[in-house]
Design a protein around this ligand. Structure first.
Ligand code: NAI
Length: 607
């Protein structure tokens, strides 16, 4: 990552750039090499009148400082013309900052249709039509950044601003959906919630506060969100005074309001459970509508199995959670069990607690999912009433994302839940989410997903597909950029059982392995994945575990302890695709990648 954030060759459109925040954005972008379209209608604060002066003055400021800018005087309701100004003058558009805004504050009892419509037109429709005009350009060039400007009066409500706060929250919904629709074309959309001293706020904010709230403190936050190195999308950032923080909605754990699927929900059930409905102690964010809806499927599961005790007493959604405590001893044992070696300087930080960078191998947290499954009856519950050979259940796919720095010691609470049971013909596939929290601080450290295959348990007439399935990836077709080989030990699975707590006898007992349909005990899939994680970090992260962001893998064939693992790797930006093979060239891990925060390749690497 270069030190100075530049925008050379990029074209930025800033609406409402004749004053206040928009002007600060335009000046900063121009000073960093961008060509800027300075749009401003030049009207009054309440949406009256128009003038070319505001836009012209900012263009003059930019050009006299040696920058490049073109004015546009249209209303954002004519967004097409604003985008055309960028295309005609500069031949492209890369970044759109929807910033233009006005106020028509009235208490709700006095608000007219005109007050409502004007505010919605400028803020919502104006942002929408301008973004819609830019969208085809973004899609064609597979690059685009959009900022929508919301307000804390929308997020939190504010007396006299019913029209304005409703319009500002509409922009949050617009950004959320465009972040999803733009994803495949590399279009990122985010919301900024600024507080700044400007014409809009001069009689709202106390004077001493007003002077401190400089738009110049907001502009760098917007600039970073619009830089090509920033991958943020679908995010709301509130910022003022040189402070910035993310905002998002959270949902409480809630409670079921009836005893079984056959029961009705009565108003009395709602009243009796109201405290649990409102309880936010375990509130969490749903990352997608699929996750939010998927959570509700748990309710069907609970009601279907009649394990709810709602209807009088308060009850919560049944959780499968387990606490694990670890310190340097468990962390070192884990590192050794996935092949870390004292003589390898890139592994040594995982093995010696007094190393100045002593760290936990980031894939350590993958063990907590299976460990929780082994310690609870979650798998049995998922297959309740069906005959399943539990010895034949194997790990099919794994995904995990690290959300916070992994501590070197912690009490970790891991919560698992069944997302779906799929009928894949001969086999069944169980989709399970596992999330690990620092039990002391409550911080969510990792989120993960497992697809477990129950051999011979299919054919029960269940769904074949689910939106919870771990999204697949194609491995590049070209020859690998590099490979790393390492032999596992014949006792690797025995060691890994100790470090991971996954005591499934399939990995050590020949009789159980045979019952599960294997010729001999097989290595845990996560153990092989731990080897591969080290290989990728050594090759593309300079051995720095803090660069690890997320991992996804499919276990395609078993590894027998003692075999040599070869990890083939392909770099695609910050994504490292990889595949692992054993001695006879059989693929054992496929369709896999590790996303890094940054790629760091050592000088000696032959890449
Ligand atoms: P400002 O009044 O200083 O600047 C807004 C600019 O937008 C003006 O130059 C105005 O001429 C222009 N404009 C208005 N209607 C337009 C239209 N239809 N087409 C083109 N240009 C138009 O206001 P400020 O404070 O810089 O606000 C910028 C944005 O930030 C607005 O969307 C506002 O709602 C939002 N905001 C500002 C906050 C603050 O504390 N200043 C707080 C929360 C949100």
């Amino acid at each position: 990552m270069s030190d100075s954030l530049r925008f050379d060759g990029k074209v930025v459109v800033v609406t409402g750039a004749g004053a206040g925040l928009g002007r600060a954005y335009a000046l900063l972008f121009a000073s960093r090499g961008a060509k800027v379209v300075v749009n401003d209608l030049g009207g009054g604060r309440h949406g009256d009148g128009s003038s070319t002066k505001a836009a012209d003055a900012v263009v003059a400021e930019i050009t006299s400082a040696g920058g490049e800018a073109a004015p546009n005087y249209d209303s954002v309701l004519d967004g097409q013309k604003i985008i055309e100004t960028a295309i005609i003058n500069f031949g492209r558009i890369d970044i759109l900052i929807n910033n233009a805004g006005i106020l028509r504050d009235k208490s709700f009892v006095k608000m007219t249709d005109q007050d409502w419509d004007l505010i919605h037109d400028v803020h919502v429709k104006g942002s929408m039509v301008t973004t819609r005009a830019a969208w085809p350009h973004f899609r064609k060039q597979r690059y685009g950044k959009v900022i929508f400007t919301a307000s804390n009066s929308g997020l939190y409500g504010n007396f006299g601003q019913a029209n304005y706060s409703a319009a500002k929250m509409a922009l949050v919904g617009l950004s959320n959906t465009l972040a999803i629709e733009g994803n495949s074309a590399n279009i990122k959309t985010n919301v900024i919630v600024p507080t700044a001293g400007s014409r809009l706020t001069e009689d709202i904010l106390p004077p001493e506060f007003f002077n401190e709230l400089r738009p110049e403190f907001i502009a760098p936050v917007v600039m970073w969100l619009c830089h090509e190195d920033c991958n943020e999308t679908g995010t709301i950032i509130e910022t003022a005074l040189g402070w910035a923080g993310k905002c998002h909605l959270i949902r409480g754990n809630g409670t079921v309001l009836r005893k079984s699927l056959k029961d009705a929900v009565t108003p009395e059930n709602v009243r009796n459970n109201w405290d649990a409905v409102l309880n936010m102690e375990e509130a969490k964010r749903c990352e997608s509508i699929a996750e939010a809806t998927g959570e509700l499927m748990n309710v069907v599961d609970i009601l279907g199995s009649s394990k709810s005790d709602a209807g009088g007493e308060q009850s919560g959604v049944i959780k499968y959670s387990m606490k694990n405590q670890y310190n340097f001893k468990q962390a070192i044992l884990y590192a050794l069990s996935i092949g870390a070696k004292c003589r390898d300087p890139m592994d040594f930080r995982y093995i010696y607690e007094h190393h100045s960078d002593f760290s936990v191998v980031p894939c350590y947290y993958m063990i907590f999912g299976p460990a929780t499954l082994m310690e609870t009856d979650i798998v049995e519950r998922a297959f309740e009433g069906r005959s399943v050979n539990f010895a034949g259940i194997v790990h099919g796919e794994q995904y995990m994302k690290v959300l916070q720095k992994i501590p070197t010691e912690a009490v970790v609470e891991t919560k698992c839940k069944i997302l779906d049971v799929l009928d894949k013909g001969r086999n069944a596939v169980l989709l399970i989410e596992h999330e690990s929290f620092n039990a002391e601080t409550g911080d969510k450290l990792t989120t993960g997903r497992i697809a477990a295959i129950a051999k011979g348990a299919g054919g029960f007439g269940g769904p074949k597909r689910s939106h919870h399935e771990i999204p697949g990836v194609e491995t590049p077709k070209r020859t690998p950029d590099t490979s790393y080989s390492e032999q596992t030990s014949p006792d690797q699975a025995a060691l890994y059982r100790l470090s991971s707590g996954d005591f499934n006898p399939l990995h050590v007992d020949p009789n159980i392995a045979e019952m599960g349909g294997f010729k001999q005990p097989i290595l845990h899939g996560l153990c092989s994945l731990g080897f591969a994680t080290r290989h990728v970090l050594k090759t593309f992260a300079g051995g720095d575990p803090e660069l690890f962001e997320s991992i996804r893998a499919r276990f395609s064939n078993p590894v027998v302890p003692g075999q040599t693992l070869r990890t083939d790797m392909w770099r695609d930006g910050n994504r490292i695709h990889f595949q692992c093979f054993v001695d006879n060239n059989t693929p054992v891990i496929s369709n896999a990648y590790i996303d890094l925060k940054e790629v760091r390749i050592g000088k000696k690497a032959k890449l």
